[in-house]
Structure formats: structure tokens, C-alpha cells
Design a protein around this ligand. Structure first.
Ligand SMILES: *[C@@H]1O[C@H](CO)[C@@H](O)[C@H](O)[C@H]1NC(C)=O
Ligand SMILES: *[C@@H]1O[C@H](CO)[C@@H](O)[C@H](O)[C@H]1NC(C)=O
Ligand SMILES: *[C@@H]1O[C@H](CO)[C@@H](O)[C@H](O)[C@H]1NC(C)=O
Ligand SMILES: *[C@@H]1O[C@H](CO)[C@@H](O)[C@H](O)[C@H]1NC(C)=O
Ligand SMILES: *[C@@H]1O[C@H](CO)[C@@H](O)[C@H](O)[C@H]1NC(C)=O
Ligand SMILES: *[C@@H]1O[C@H](CO)[C@@H](O)[C@H](O)[C@H]1NC(C)=O
Ligand SMILES: *[C@@H]1O[C@H](CO)[C@@H](O)[C@H](O)[C@H]1NC(C)=O
Ligand SMILES: *[C@@H]1O[C@H](CO)[C@@H](O)[C@H](O)[C@H]1NC(C)=O
Ligand SMILES: CC(=O)N[C@H]1CO[C@H](CO)[C@@H](O)[C@@H]1O
Length: 637
């Protein structure tokens, strides 16, 4: 009963966190680096009215009749939430709400939206306004560089809750262009890729490529973690950037030097297009360097964790021309690219994280038949013009379908659908990988290979005692509350990979200090709950929303006896924990009331961080009022 109360208190605390900001979320593996499309067809080969909606790691399936929306339109919606009765989304630069899957209404918003929306769940989304003002006329709306939007489903309106505003009233005289062309996220960082053109040194306009880093784990205050690096390669004096995307080459394929790439198409003065690649050795370190150089003190480790120690909010923008290598002779096939460049419609890079190590560069063309798909499986790249689509699809729109994973072509007028499966199972090399990472993609392990199988599956059968089994445990009796080494023998060795971890339990008794040697596992079992329990060994990973836990359960049970004296200590400890939690809740509430800022509430040890963060946030809002952007403008040059 006591620990039920504890759980209740814990949930209550979580609720406090939720009301403060968007939850910390985990993405699915397919969209770990980028949410390519937030609407997908659940059955693309025989589509009726069933759609999947994906926002920040959450997926729902809903039925929306054709009388409400056509396939070709809904696939372009940028979803903001996953509440099926009040779905909010942005379409053709306008915010809408779909009520009860039946009625689409416009939401009230005083500004102007662009395509560049990154949804964080909890009705919040980052928006990077697109500014295109070649004639330098006064804009109708006041623009921000970036802004955090809140979509209010009750009042059906959208408002800006945080922003990085323009330098000054008449800043439009200096800005011709500001447009996010791509983004990528991993771990707790978000990277925005932006092309911009503005006045340099009051003399001439320059075009530059800029990358902005934001820390998602800062919640609503993420804009205060703004750090920018930018560069202007010599050819951008004359060439116009048309398209610009991130290409990240994952571990076993990439050479150190070329791991982080930017691919662009550019229009030359003679009206021909070229395909140009830039590479940066290490983007993450470049941001660290920029932060350390601009903000002075603060150790590298603190900065990496997005915790800037300096009292002032530190806006950083740094020129990094020296760190960018442009390839005049591409490492890839230049002739192919110059051919495709002239009919190119959109560049897209799709990548799956470890252990898939899959990367695909797609060069979509209109007409579709010139589209090239390149697998980053080897060097030189393996590029194929594999689309042999019928006449009907030559002007079709392209999408990435989340589940089943694949490519979708949908015609605008007639709503015809072409679907091609993306093969992922064969990239998974062991039973453990195949089930953990592949179950969501319908992979099964059969005859020592990982293959796709559409048949309905019994999840428990595939995840428990399937890839590995416990064949021996010792000892079988634990009769004191002192930790005792438990030795487990598995039928085969588990491959140790750094991102997965083991959890070993006997009922609610945890076994810690795990060591492994081949198929032998040792750990210290500290008996707290008496009883007879099977030993459960599970392999987990926290990073993704769709990766499953796989486990093995022993056939034999261990007997755990906890003497009465020790049990009293446990109860005392529980009471103590409840008391501390209660104090903490009171403190958190107090803090919320008086600071009303983003709070990070995870563990009691975070309490100091909470205090310092709300102080920092206050300073941020203060310094924003006193125009941090003026500091920024000097950095921008
Ligand atoms: C497509 O779905 C409909 C309704 O669910 C079903 O009646 C029909 O048999 C399916 N067609 C194919 C080819 O599977
Ligand atoms: C769907 O597409 C058809 C054909 O283009 C069009 O007549 C119809 O109005 C569209 N329906 C909706 C709900 O947009
Ligand atoms: C939109 O908001 C403005 C200002 O808050 C208000 O005047 C207007 O009536 C609202 N429009 C709708 C359709 O709710
Ligand atoms: C800029 O001005 C030119 C000439 O006045 C006009 O043709 C063009 O449409 C304008 N461009 C924009 C984006 O307003
Ligand atoms: C960026 O370039 C500077 C100057 O060449 C160099 O000192 C620095 O180490 C480089 N940083 C990275 C992360 O490559
Ligand atoms: C615990 O069990 C072992 C073997 O089962 C026995 O030798 C030992 O005396 C027991 N100790 C206590 C404190 O019951
Ligand atoms: C497990 O513990 C036993 C006994 O303490 C020891 O002999 C063995 O080497 C250990 N094995 C591993 C894998 O640590
Ligand atoms: C692991 O087991 C092997 C053979 O069983 C043994 O030679 C080796 O010393 C063990 N390593 C550790 C760290 O226990
Ligand atoms: C599953 C497992 O035991 N993982 C281990 C792999 O090795 C790292 C360090 O090398 C440990 O920290 C993990 O616990």
C-alpha cells in the first residue's frame, strides 16, 4: 500500500512537469533523425480511410473519410498533436483543427506560417518563419527568426510563446532571405539548416549557410540555448542556393573527414544547376568551440550538456569558413549529379540509426522518371534510377510512409497511390537485433537471417526466451538481506553493445553490478522482498519509442527469505522516501507558483538544477527585454 502511495506521488509530480512544458520524448527509429512525414497510410497497398499520425514519438491510427480530405492533401499536413478528436495541423501555411474527424476549421493566428514546423508534442511546435523579401519592402507581419508556438485546441488559436525576434524595427532593410531548408535531431540536440541572405558590413548582400543548434531538453526555453555557426563558400558569391540538406553518414560507412555533409544544388549565373557537397569534420565540436570561444568560461562537459554556467544568456553566432571543405570534384559521381541537377525537384536524405546503419539519398525529379536513389552502403555510392512508374505518376508527390516503411507516390488530381517497401530487416545481423529493433518493422529471425514477414505475430513468443535462454542459475536460496552474487548461465553469449543494457530481476528484487563473460552473467542480488521468483534477464534500450525489450525467464525459481529485522529497515526507508518526495512536491509547487518557468523534474537530486534553472530563465527574459539581439547583430557579421 505504501509503495502504491509512492507511485501516486510520483505520477503527481510527473503531472506537474507536463503542465510546465512539453514532455521529453523518444522518437521511433525511422524518424530518429528527422520526422519526414507526420501522416502515413496504414495499408498503402489497399488504402481506404485509415491513416496513421505520428508526432514526437506518439502514433495513433484514425479513420478520416474521403469527403473530409483527399489522400494527396492529408499527406502534406504537418501534424502538431495526436488527439484524434481535436487534431491540429498546418497545411499550406495555415493552422487548422480537425474536429471529431469530420470538420476542418481554421485556427486563429495573427502571423504567417511557413512549412518549417517541428512538432514537440503537447501542442507545441518550433516554427522557423520563411522570409523572402528581395525587394526589401516593409513586411506586413513582425517576423521572428525562430519562434515556439502553442496550439490551443480549446480556443482554436495559435500563439507565440517564445521567440528570437529581429534586431530592430527596420531590420527588414537588411534581410532578403531567411529559410530553413532542413533539420536533424539526435540525442537532446536539434540542428536547423538555414540559407540566408543579408547585408554585410552595410555594403553588400551575402548569401550564407547557417546551422543553428538548440537543446530540446531545455523544454520551452530551448531558444535560449541558441548557437549558430555559419559559412560562405566562395561560389556563393555568384551562385544561388536552391536546395540544401543534411547528409549524415553513420559509423561503419563514413570516413572521419566526411561524416557530416551538406548537399546543395545551386543555380549558376549561366542558368545551369550544379550539385555541390560541403563537409564538416565534426559539427558537434564546432558548436562546442563556438560556445567556449564566445561565452568564455564553462567547461566543455557542461556545455555539451546544454548547461551554460555563465550568468548572462549567451547568444553565439560564429563564422566557420575554415572548417568547411567544399568538394569541387565530388567524392560521388559528378556526371550523374550534373545530369540530375537540372531536373531536380527535391533532395531528401533518409537514414536509420545503429544497428541498421542505413542511409539513402533521394534525388526527386519532376518528371519522376529521372529520380535517383543512392544507398550509402558502400563507396562509391550505389545509385539507381529504380523507379519505373507509369505515366500517371510522372508528376506525383513523394512521401515517406512510416508504417509500413516505404516510399509513397500520390497523384494530386486522381489520388492514385504507388507504394514501394523499404527493406530494413536484412540490415539486422543477430536474433537480438532482429527482434529488438525489427519487430516494429515486421522482421522475424528465421534460419539465422532476419527477414520480413507480414503474418500476425505473437509478440510474447518472439520477445521472451526466443533469442536467448537461461539454462542455469545459482545459488537458488537467498536468505539474508546482504547482497549475494548470483550467477546465470545463458545458452549463448549476449553481444555487448554500448547502447543496450541488461536488467536482472527476481520479482521486485533487483540484481546489480552486472558482469558478463561469454554466456556467464554475474550480479549482486540484494534481497528486499521475500518469496519464490523466477529470474528475469532483459535487454533494453531507452533511446527509441519503437524498440522492444527482449528477455529470458528461468524455469527454476529462487527462494528469497528476508528476516523481519531487515524488513523494518525497508519500511523505514519507504517512509523516509515518501517524506522527501512530499517536501519536493511542495518545493516544486512553490517554485512553479513563483517562477512560473520551465522546470525539469526528474529526480530529487535535480532540485538544485531546478533552482538554478529558474534563475537562469529569469535572467534570460530580462536580457531579452534589454535586447540580446543587439549583441547578436554584432556576431552576425
Ligand atoms: C481492400 O480492402 C477492402 C476493405 O477493407 C476489402 O474488401 C478488399 O478485399 C481489399 N482488397 C484487397 C485486394 O486486398
Ligand atoms: C478530392 O479530390 C477531388 C478530385 O480532385 C475533388 O473533386 C474533391 O473536392 C476533393 N475533396 C476534398 C475533400 O478536398
Ligand atoms: C482572432 O483573434 C483576434 C484577436 O485575439 C480576435 O479579434 C478575433 O475575433 C479572433 N477571430 C476568430 C475567428 O476567433
Ligand atoms: C520585386 O519587384 C519587382 C519589380 O517591381 C516585381 O516584379 C517582383 O514581383 C517583386 N518581387 C517580390 C517578391 O515582391
Ligand atoms: C576549426 O578550424 C580551426 C581553425 O582552422 C581549428 O583550430 C579547429 O580545431 C577546427 N575545429 C573543428 C571542430 O574541426
Ligand atoms: C542460509 O542458508 C544457508 C544454506 O541454505 C544456510 O547454511 C545458512 O545457515 C542460512 N543462514 C541463515 C541466516 O538462515
Ligand atoms: C562470477 O562469480 C564467480 C564466483 O564469484 C566467479 O568464479 C566467476 O569468475 C564470475 N564470473 C564472471 C563472468 O564474472
Ligand atoms: C572469462 O572466461 C574465460 C574462460 O572461461 C577466462 O579465461 C577469462 O579469464 C574470463 N574473464 C574474466 C574477466 O573473468
Ligand atoms: C549489456 C551489457 O552488459 N552492457 C555493458 C556493455 O559494456 C559497457 C562498458 O563496456 C557496460 O557499461 C554495459 O553495461
Amino acid at each position: 500500500m505504501l509503495h502504491r502511495l509512492l507511485i501516486w506521488i510520483f505520477q503527481f509530480c510527473l503531472l506537474i512537469e507536463l503542465t510546465c512544458s512539453f514532455r521529453t520524448f523518444k522518437h521511433n527509429t525511422a524518424f530518429y533523425y528527422k520526422t519526414h512525414d507526420s501522416v502515413f497510410l496504414t495499408n498503402p497497398t489497399n488504402h481506404t480511410t485509415s491513416y496513421g499520425i505520428y508526432v514526437a514519438g506518439k502514433t495513433i491510427t484514425i479513420e478520416i473519410p474521403t469527403s473530409v480530405v483527399n489522400v494527396s492533401d492529408i499527406l502534406n499536413w504537418k501534424m502538431v498533436n495526436t488527439n484524434e478528436n481535436q487534431l491540429m495541423f498546418v497545411h499550406k501555411n495555415k493552422p487548422y483543427i480537425l474536429i471529431n474527424r469530420q470538420r476542418i476549421k481554421k485556427m486563429n493566428y495573427s502571423g504567417e506560417l511557413s512549412d518549417s514546423i517541428i512538432a514537440f508534442g503537447d501542442n507545441e511546435a518550433l516554427h522557423v518563419p520563411t522570409i523572402f523579401n528581395p525587394n526589401l519592402t516593409k513586411p506586413v507581419h513582425t517576423w521572428n527568426f525562430i519562434e515556439l508556438l502553442h496550439f490551443d485546441d480549446k480556443n482554436e488559436k495559435v500563439s507565440v510563446i517564445r521567440s528570437l525576434p529581429w534586431l530592430a524595427e527596420d531590420a527588414w532593410k537588411n534581410f532578403k532571405e531567411w529559410k530553413m531548408t532542413d533539420y536533424i535531431h539526435f540525442d537532446n540536440k536539434l540542428y536547423l539548416l538555414i540559407k540566408r541572405t543579408f547585408l554585410r558590413g552595410n555594403q553588400y548582400f551575402t548569401q550564407a549557410v547557417s546551422i543553428i543548434q538548440l537543446c530540446i531538453d531545455q523544454g520551452r526555453e530551448l531558444i535560449s540555448s541558441f548557437v549558430e555557426i555559419h559559412f560562405t563558400p566562395p561560389e556563393l558569391q555568384t551562385n544561388q542556393i536552391i536546395d540544401l540538406i543534411f547528409v549524415f553518414i553513420l559509423e561503419p560507412l563514413g570516413y572521419e573527414e566526411d561524416r557530416y555533409q551538406l548537399h546543395t544544388t545551386q543555380l549558376q549565373p549561366d542558368n545551369t544547376k550544379i550539385y555541390q557537397i560541403y563537409s564538416i569534420r565534426d559539427i558537434v565540436s564546432l558548436f562546442e568551440e563556438a560556445l567556449i570561444k564566445t561565452c568564455g568560461s564553462g567547461s566543455r562537459s557542461k556545455i555539451t550538456k546544454c548547461k551554460i554556467t555563465s550568468a548572462k544568456s549567451c547568444f553565439v553566432a560564429r563564422k566557420v569558413d575554415d572548417n568547411v571543405t567544399g568538394y569541387s570534384q565530388n567524392i560521388l559521381d559528378t556526371t550523374l549529379y550534373s545530369l540530375v541537377a537540372n531536373v531536380l525537384h527535391k533532395l531528401q536524405f533518409f537514414t536509420l540509426p545503429r544497428p541498421f546503419y542505413q542511409g539513402t539519398l533521394m534525388m526527386h525529379t519532376k518528371p519522376v522518371i529521372f529520380t535517383y536513389v543512392c544507398e550509402y552502403a558502400s563507396t562509391p555510392l550505389n545509385c539507381k534510377n529504380l523507379l519505373n512508374l507509369a505515366e500517371t505518376f510522372t508528376q506525383a508527390n513523394f512521401h515517406i510512409n512510416k508504417h509500413p516503411l516505404g516510399v509513397l507516390y500520390v497523384t494530386k488530381e486522381t489520388n492514385q497511390i504507388f507504394f514501394g517497401h523499404t527493406e530494413v530487416c536484412s540490415h539486422l545481423k543477430t536474433c537480438t537485433q532482429c527482434i529488438m529493433y525489427g519487430l516494429y518493422f515486421d522482421c522475424i529471425w528465421s534460419n539465422s537471417i532476419c527477414t520480413r514477414d507480414d503474418q500476425p505475430k505473437n509478440k510474447a513468443e518472439l520477445t521472451v526466451n526466443n533469442c536467448f535462454k537461461i539454462i542455469q542459475i545459482s545459488p537458488l536460496v537467498f536468505n539474508s538481506s546482504l547482497p549475494t552474487r548470483l550467477t546465470i548461465k545463458l545458452d549463448k553469449p549476449l553481444i555487448n553493445a554500448s547502447q543496450e543494457y541488461l536488467v536482472i530481476q527476481a520479482g521486485e528484487n533487483h540484481c546489480t553490478d552486472i558482469t558478463m563473460n561469454g554466456s556467464f552473467i554475474n550480479c549482486s542480488l540484494r534481497p528486499t522482498k521475500p518469496g519464490r521468483f523466477k529470474i528475469d534477464v532483459s535487454l533494453r534500450i531507452d533511446r527509441y519509442a519503437d524498440v522492444v525489450v527482449i528477455s529470458a525467464v528461468s524455469t527454476k525459481k529462487v527462494y528469497i527469505d528476508v528476516s523481519k529485522g531487515q524488513y523494518t529497515i525497508v519500511i523505514l526507508f519507504l517512509i523516509f522516501s515518501i517524506f522527501t518526495t512530499f517536501l519536493l512536491v511542495t518545493y516544486t509547487n512553490y517554485n512553479k507558483k513563483y517562477a512560473n518557468e520551465f522546470l525539469e523534474f526528474q529526480r530529487s537530486t535535480r532540485i538544485m538544477k531546478i533552482a538554478s534553472k529558474s534563475m537562469k530563465s529569469k535572467k534570460f527574459s530580462l536580457s531579452r527585454k534589454s535586447s540580446p539581439i543587439m549583441t547578436k547583430s554584432t556576431h552576425f557579421r
